[in-house]
Design a protein. Structure first.
Length: 480
């Protein structure tokens, strides 16, 4: 299912908020939550609004919300996977700050992402707050809304650490709740609770809406991320997905070019209709219209050459000057691979007509589940030779043409396999942190390229404009 145009009524009077007031109470209008949300169809309309907020507004404008379209800046470009076209530690433009670990609290891309995902949370809260207005069974709608809220909070808490926890639509008197940061463990408690509700309340009908398997997979990743990981619970959830015949690996190229295939568990849906949708998909993980963003680093290319197997041919275009990713970009600007001598990221072009390419953004796929299964079985140890872990690991490698049997898996092996399997999909930074290797790996990478990584760079700064308007209620992360 694709989501983009179902929320006109909502935008009139209920959930229309700007980047600067994304947490403000619902504005007064003729249409309010009390007199609008009285049927399942009306709740469904609000639910579509929450999904829509994840996508962003579909046009490139620094003053508008972009949701997942900006995520590669905050993740891939801070992981050693990608960089700007010309790596320059002295480039203090918003986009140039990420790869050199010099992100400023005034960075507009950080503020945009923060605002976008709190708007996702706001819209999910609107749905949840009005469930009681409807006499029909709202179990599935509640489950979806809680999945969406958990997904948004999971991204925010991993990027920013302690954050404001907002589990309802705020009143004008709740400024403290809007700005005061709570311990991240409280945020994780809500995430876990929401996803547990989602697991119980959903089936596997959808791939571009929440499903039972999507909730199981996301909850498993949350369990692996906790300060005290819940490895057994994660393993059991992942094995439920593994034992479901609806989910399988497919040809690697088909993962990105054949939408809604059996490897996709949850994706953000985009229409294949017009330029703005194509533009949206490109900005999620492409080089952008300047052909200068999100290029694969030589560090990643080296790892692909050694460990990528068949995946390399589906991950880079090559010319005499640059090697760059070919996953997740619509080729609107450079359909023939010609962008002035450089090579853009260009996977996910589902149509030969680039104006019709509205490629979905994959959040969770089966290969990720298999590799998380290895991690859960490893349970914090440095290596494993457990049969079931070897089987899951080998399944991913076999698909890449790496069929030599593996008899032991170390943490470094797992991180490398995740790197080449899930490159450009915004997982690498979180993988390094979760598996305890971020300080070691990013310090070495930073030293190699002359950057200034420190441990405080693992968290982004809270947007300075949020701190400024909080009247002293919001604190900033260290060293920003």
């Amino acid at each position: 299912m694709k989501i983009k145009t179902y929320i006109q009524i909502l935008l009139i009077g209920v959930i229309a908020v700007s980047c600067s007031d994304h947490l403000e109470p619902i504005p007064t209008s003729a249409i309010t939550s009390e007199n609008y949300y009285t049927t399942l169809d009306e709740l469904e309309t609000a639910l579509m609004g929450a999904y829509d907020a994840i996508q962003g507004d579909g046009s490139y404008d620094k003053d508008k919300n972009h949701g997942v379209q900006y995520e590669f800046y905050l993740t891939e470009m801070r992981s050693g996977n990608t960089a700007t076209k010309i790596a320059d530690p002295d480039d203090f433009s918003d986009s140039g700050q990420f790869e050199s670990f010099d992100v400023l609290a005034t960075n507009g891309l950080v503020a945009n992402y923060y605002s976008s995902f709190y708007q996702v949370i706001f819209r999910a809260n609107v749905v949840l707050e009005n469930l009681g207005n409807v006499s029909d069974d709202t179990t599935a709608i509640e489950a979806e809304a809680k999945f969406i809220r958990a997904y948004a909070y999971f991204n925010l808490v991993r990027l920013f650490g302690d954050i404001p926890l907002i589990d309802h639509v705020l009143t004008p008197l709740e400024k403290d709740t809007q700005f005061i940061r709570v311990d991240k463990n409280l945020v994780y408690e809500l995430i876990v609770s929401d996803l547990q509700t989602a697991v119980l309340g959903l089936d596997n009908t959808y791939k571009t809406r929440a499903s039972k398997a999507a909730a199981q997979g996301l909850l498993a990743k949350v369990y692996l991320t906790l300060e005290e990981p819940e490895y057994i619970q994660a393993q059991l959830l992942l094995e439920e997905i593994i034992n479901n015949p609806d989910y399988t690996l497919v040809n690697f190229n088909d993962v990105f070019y054949s939408e809604l295939n059996s490897e996709v568990i949850f994706a953000i849906g985009y229409e294949s209709i017009n330029d703005s949708q194509n533009f949206s998909a490109q900005w999620m993980n492409g080089v952008g219209n300047s052909s200068g963003l999100n290029y694969a680093t030589y560090d990643l290319v080296d790892d692909f050459n050694e460990f990528g197997g068949d995946r390399s041919q589906y991950s880079f275009r090559q010319d005499p000057v640059h090697l760059t990713s070919v996953r997740y970009q619509c080729a609107k600007y450079f359909p023939d691979g010609d962008n002035g001598g450089d090579t853009p990221i260009a996977d996910f072009t589902s149509s030969p007509n680039p104006e019709l390419a509205g490629n979905d953004w994959i959040v969770l796929r089966y290969a990720d589940v298999l590799l998380m299964h290895v991690e859960a079985i490893m349970a914090g140890a440095e290596q494993t030779s457990a049969t079931s872990a070897l089987a899951s690991f080998q399944e991913v490698r076999n698909r890449a043409g790496l069929t030599d049997p593996v008899t032991e898996i170390t943490v470094d092996d797992l991180l490398m396999e995740r790197r080449v399997e899930l490159a450009f999909e915004n997982h690498r930074l979180f993988d390094l942190i979760r598996l305890g290797k971020a300080q070691e790996v990013l310090s070495a990478y930073s030293e190699l390229y002359g950057f200034g990584f420190t441990s405080s760079d693992l968290l982004l700064p809270l947007p300075q404009n949020e701190v400024n308007i909080s009247d002293g209620l919001m604190t900033q992360n260290p060293n920003y």
